[in-house]
Design a binder for this molecule. Structure first.
Ligand SMILES: O=P(O)(O)OC[C@H]1O[C@](O)(CO)[C@@H](O)[C@@H]1O
Ligand SMILES: [Fe+2]
Length: 208
């Protein structure tokens, strides 16, 4: 087995980027069509700001080898579509038994988690909060604050991302919306379709 060189990155809070990253990608608002409950509000946003960056990911990835890790930073704009806070697309790891760690750097976020059988959990993430995303949980980050949300993350390099699991269910089971007082609450996604038990069982059996 060949040795890799040690790496270093710097979490730049003001830009929300990992300086020294090997990869960068952005999602514009146009890339997020279909995610939000209020389609009219989304169309209004997309028509004015569709090409603007909704969130950005910079990461350091030495390899995709089993046992290796990815380290990186995500930065998300503050705002809402209707009463629903800005969020990432969300995914389950393509190797679903791979976990993840998130660490709050600045801003206020919520990690929205859903198990394949439809259990929902929310974890609020402020600066210095460390969030453990266990194996098999679908996860999406949501910016519930008024400033950009910047979080550091790390996860196994061979995890991969599966976005279909959310799309096929009509979204995640819960939506994170304004509670009317500037805070947040989780409400039911009325378009959600529970996964068949056979699908749940096949996901939970993927342990390699
Ligand atoms: O892949 P999504 O759902 O767009 O969200 C991006 C986030 O998830 C990750 O892919 C980690 O699984 C990070 O790169 C980033 O923080
Ligand atoms: Fe992930």
């Amino acid at each position: 087995m060949a040795l890799f060189e040690p790496g270093v990155g710097y979490v730049d809070i003001s830009s929300g980027q990992l300086k020294g990253a090997t990869n960068r990608y952005v999602k514009t608002f146009n890339d997020l069509e279909g995610l939000y409950g209020d389609t009219a509000a989304f169309q209004a946003l997309a028509s004015r700001h569709g090409n603007e960056v909704a969130y950005e990911v910079t990461d350091y990835k030495a390899s995709s080898n089993p046992g290796d890790i990815i380290i990186g930073v995500t930065r998300m704009e503050p705002g809402k579509v209707g009463d629903e806070y800005y969020m990432t697309r969300g995914h389950i790891h393509a190797r679903p038994n791979r976990p993840e760690m998130y660490y709050g750097e600045s801003g206020l976020g919520v990690m929205l988690l859903e198990s394949p059988d439809g259990q929902v959990r929310t974890i609020e993430i402020g600066p210095r909060t460390m969030c453990y995303v266990p194996p098999f949980w679908i996860h999406r980050s949501v910016n519930v604050g008024r400033e950009p949300l910047v979080m550091t993350f790390s996860y196994p390099a061979d995890s991969g991302q599966d976005y279909d699991i959310i799309a096929k269910a009509g979204g995640m089971r819960s939506r994170i919306v304004d509670d009317g007082e500037g805070g947040w609450k989780a409400i039911d996604n009325t378009g959600y379709r529970a996964r068949p038990q056979t699908l749940v069982d096949s996901i939970m059996a993927m342990v390699d």
